[in-house]
Design a protein around this ligand. Structure first.
Ligand code: IMP
Ligand code: MG
Length: 178
């Protein structure tokens, strides 16, 4: 593997597809135990989480449902901080066990604005599953209940994560070369 160029920036290999899948297997194994007989509702946040959500959900072997939603827009290499209301949440959340599925928790703004909206709908429980977390970037503290990788505050690309629309289809994760 080597350096790739997307738009005007260079990215180097950071987390391999194999390491990602191994990690997701472990996360799913824990969830299969924690949510057995609870029919959890997974709510992945588009667009970034689509690849993680698909691989995670394939490894969920208990009874479970999934409802993708769209929330925020993210442009360039910094969090836009613009959070839009949930689009496509057509399932009743009262009494449900909810697992929010995020590609990455960066500043925490997206979730800190969205979680209260969900709490308002009185779910039985509300947990966060994130493939990646940048603790150093935290502005709004969020507790990630199921975490894949804790990463430094550097821009990442691939496996659903984009840089100005490109790179989501890369099966592994790359890091910006600074
Ligand atoms: P937050 O609201 O700052 O936590 O940002 C969350 C969203 O920003 C994620 O769901 C991603 O879509 C996007 N994001 C944060 N960091 C990165 C990155 O390193 N690469 C690509 N997208 C990112
Ligand atoms: Mg996202």
């Amino acid at each position: 593997m080597s350096i790739i160029r997307v738009h005007d920036k260079d990215f180097k290999p950071y987390i391999s597809a194999e390491a990602i899948h191994e990690k997701i297997g472990g996360m799913a194994e824990q969830m299969n135990k924690d949510y057995a007989d609870k029919n959890p509702l997974f709510i992945p946040i588009l667009n970034g989480s689509f690849m993680f959500a698909a691989d995670l959900f394939k490894a969920i072997t208990i009874e479970a449902e999934i409802n993708f939603i769209k929330l925020a827009s993210y442009k360039g290499t910094k969090s836009s901080g613009q959070v839009i209301t949930a689009i496509g949440l057509d399932t009743d959340l009262i009494g449900r066990h909810i697992v929010i599925v995020e590609d990455i928790v960066d500043t925490g703004k997206t979730l800190s604005e969205f979680l209260p909206q969900l709490q308002h709908q009185q779910p039985a429980s509300l947990k966060i599953a994130a493939l990646l977390h940048k603790p150093e970037a935290t502005v709004y503290p969020i507790s990630v209940d199921y975490l894949g990788f804790s990463v430094p505050n550097k821009f990442l690309l691939g496996y659903g994560l984009d840089y100005d629309g490109l790179g989501r289809n890369i099966p592994s994760i790359y890091q910006l070369v600074e």
